[in-house]
Design a protein around this ligand. Sequence first.
Ligand code: HEC
Ligand code: HEC
Ligand code: HEC
Length: 139
Amino acid sequence: MYDGWKIIVGLIVFIAFVTLPFTWSTGKEYLKVEPKIDTPEIQKLPEAERKCVESKEFMRKEHMKMLIDWRDAVVRDGKTLYVNSQGKSFNMSLQNTCMQCHTNKSKFCDECHNYVGVKPYCWDCHIEPKENIKKEARL
Ligand code: HEC
Ligand code: HEC
Ligand code: HEC
């Protein structure tokens, strides 16, 4: 087992090399994008309630999964209410919950998605909020 140390050093360098780009890019991902949360609907909320369904950190990482869980709960199990970690209830709906606060899809959802190159197909069926059009005009 002579030269064993070389293998170990090699492994360490290899692991650092392989993981570094990921560490860097996940750090950068969120520095560059600025999803806007200044919609009139969000501004209207009292400051203490100006929050998402769950914490910002949770939403950032888990919103995709949350939406799929919501869809399954509604479509498969016929449930409609989601109770969050604070005990607050939300109607499990993409259009009627998420997009009621995040009415600025292009400056919010799309801002991140364009950056990371994902294009959720949800809007083939679900109706996007009509931006810059009076709220009453929406269905
Ligand atoms: C009651 C209004 C409201 C609803 C409903 C709501 N959000 Fe939010 N959302 C917010 C606010 C306010 C923030 C910013 C929270 C903060 O800064 O602490 C936010 C933050 C987020 C973030 C993180 C943004 C970032 O900068 O990291 C994501 C992702 C998100 N929301 C997605 C969703 C999705 C998906 C839904 C539906 C499942 C949803 N939101 C429902 C108000 C809402
Ligand atoms: C802070 C940045 C950010 C914001 C804001 C954001 N997303 Fe995302 N979203 C992402 C990232 C990153 C992914 C890709 C995750 C992955 O591939 O693991 C994603 C993926 C998704 C997916 C799954 C798409 C797929 O094809 O896998 C859905 C659905 C989704 N987002 C919905 C929304 C909706 C609706 C909003 C606005 C209410 C929103 N997101 C706002 C960052 C964001
Ligand atoms: C082929 C059309 C279609 C596509 C694409 C689609 N959905 Fe749906 N979705 C539906 C239908 C139909 C319902 C049932 C509506 C109802 O029962 O009120 C539904 C229900 C839901 C619900 C629960 C009810 C509600 O009002 O929101 C959620 C959440 C949801 N979908 C999320 C998503 C997400 C996230 C995506 C993209 C990753 C997506 N859907 C893509 C057709 C679609």
